[in-house]
Design a protein around this ligand. Structure first.
Ligand SMILES: [Zn+2]
Length: 293
């Protein structure tokens, strides 16, 4: 799932390549991708891209009126996209003028005066969502977001976590608490901070908070520069390199050499290093408990 670093990189790419361009065509090629219908997707045609933004894991394409936009049209219209688990934004310098096939891997195509992009979604479960709105906060998922992970300083992080009685892994991935961090980067952050994913958020010591704050900044900053450098929007999907524990079950921890362990749930799993993070203990896991019984 694209998280803060990838969405930041996609937005940066669009800022550079799409700003100032007129939207020539918008094709909706998935029945369920649009979560708003008024204004319709065609309201974007003829408007000009004025910039981009990011709200947590939502990508925001900001448009203003073009030369032929009717008087009275909104000064700003936002195309908000949530890429969910398997969504991506793929830029093409020579985007096809033919509309994409309904129900295929392309959910939405935006053609600009020069080039354009597709919102794609791999797999059969379709969860990518797009909305066209005057105010981003009218999208419930955006309205609910907590402060952005990159906007936090150490005192603010302490204040936020002090109110949370859940496990730290769940807390820092809860978008209403902190926006932008998902399963992959939380694994990396907790490993870098040498914290157990099951530690109670409100009970972190000042030293643990220091480590968590430093790890959040360093892991996210480095991932943002890698994704921006890789020209994310020219890739087929998210491509992460140099991960320490996430998605590396059974492989050696790059810090201590211990075997990376995982905790699995019905539809997802996360990874950690027992030696670096949990004093050598394996965390309770439903698959493991079932084997023991
Ligand atoms: Zn380790």
């Amino acid at each position: 799932m694209p998280e803060l670093p990838e969405v930041t990189a996609l937005a940066a790419f669009l800022t550079e390549h799409a700003t100032g361009q007129r939207i020539v065509a918008v094709t909706v090629a998935s029945l369920n991708v649009m979560s708003t219908y008024d204004p319709p997707a065609t309201a974007l045609v003829g408007r000009v891209v004025t910039g981009t933004g990011r709200h947590g894991k939502f990508l925001d394409l900001v448009t203003g009126p073009g030369p032929d936009t009717p008087a009275g049209a909104p000064a700003e219209l936002h195309l908000l996209v949530h890429l969910a688990r398997a969504g991506w934004l793929r830029w093409s310098d020579n985007i096809s003028a033919a509309p994409p096939r309904m129900g295929g891997p392309i959910a939405l195509r935006i053609r600009l005066a020069t080039g354009g992009f597709d919102i794609t979604e791999a797999g059969t479960k379709k969860s990518v969502a797009a909305a066209i709105v005057v105010d981003p906060k009218s999208v419930p998922g955006v309205a609910r977001l907590g402060p952005d992970a990159l906007s936090l300083d150490r005192p603010k992080l302490a204040e936020i976590l002090g109110r949370q009685s859940g496990r730290i892994k769940n807390t820092i991935t809860d978008q209403t608490v902190i926006a932008g961090i998902g399963n992959a980067y939380s694994d990396e952050i907790l490993h870098t901070a040498k914290l157990s994913p099951f530690a109670t958020a409100a009970k972190l010591s000042p030293d643990e908070l220091d480590r968590l704050f430093d790890a959040m900044s360093s892991v996210l900053d480095s991932a943002v520069s890698k994704s921006v450098g890789a020209e994310a929007a020219r890739l087929k999907g998210e491509k992460r390199t140099g991960l320490r524990v996430h998605a590396r079950t059974g492989l050696p921890c790059p810090v201590c050499g211990d075997v990376v362990a995982e905790v699995s749930f019905a539809d997802r799993s996360f990874q950690y290093c027992p030696t670096c993070q949990t004093g050598g203990r394996l965390l309770a896991d439903r698959r493991r408990s079932r084997l023991v019984k």
